[in-house]
Design a protein around this ligand. Structure first.
Ligand SMILES: [Zn+2]
Length: 216
């Protein structure tokens, strides 16, 4: 068991950036939380629509290791309050962009469990922006993955829309981390390739050259 997990069992937590104890719901210590709040929103264009994200996660750097540890803490704690905090920070950073309204629909990335990080994040983004929350895309059980040529093809076939999506000016697909974009592409296809599709993610993880080559 990792040392920080042992410490967590007795109620002690470390900031993923500076190793000080933290007590904030953000999972940062107070000093690092003040720095984190200054993150600006970044944009990139993916095949299926524009991507907006808060954390630029480069590989093989100290900053990348900090983000890696932070995302692990978020996943390990499965803490809706932390995602509530992150939704606030994201929406504050997005204030210069066209604001979501009641005709904006937030769709969480599907997972193997009923509620996970993307679910909490999308739900909080919808609640605090006045938009609608619509968990409409679900993950199918892959009955015969060996027949697919690679993991990307498996992912593209792995989703199903089982609930109608409310009429919307903008559909926002919400995920915790976007790397290759294959999950959002699969969701876009599953929803019938709508033209008003966007992707919002906490982090964009850039892959190393080796990892990209392995995917091609
Ligand atoms: Zn800190």
């Amino acid at each position: 068991m990792l040392p920080w997990r042992k410490l967590r069992r007795v109620g002690l937590h470390f900031c993923p950036n500076c190793d000080h104890f933290w007590t904030e719901e953000s999972l940062w210590c107070q000093v690092c939380e003040n720095m984190f709040r200054k993150q600006t929103l970044k944009s990139q264009t993916l095949e299926c629509g524009p991507l907006k994200y808060l954390i630029d996660w480069p590989p093989h750097t100290r900053l990348g290791r900090t983000w890696s540890l932070y995302l692990r803490l978020l996943k390990y704690n499965r803490n809706p309050r932390a995602w509530e905090y992150l939704a606030h920070v994201f929406l504050a950073a997005a204030s210069d962009h066209p604001e979501p309204d009641e005709s904006t629909v937030f769709i969480p990335a599907p997972s193997h469990v009923l509620r996970d990080h993307a679910y909490y994040f999308a739900e909080a983004l919808a609640r605090h922006s006045g938009g609608q929350f619509a968990p409409s895309v679900f993950r199918l059980l892959d009955s015969n993955p060996q027949k697919e040529k690679n993991s990307r093809q498996r992912k593209e076939r792995a989703f199903e829309q089982i609930r109608a999506v409310p009429a919307a000016n903008t559909l926002i697909f919400v995920d915790d981390v976007v790397s290759t974009g294959s999950t959002s592409k699969a969701a876009h296809q599953c929803l019938g390739q709508p033209s008003n599709f966007q992707i919002w993610a906490l982090a964009h993880r850039r892959l190393s050259c080796d990892a990209v080559r392995a995917l091609i």
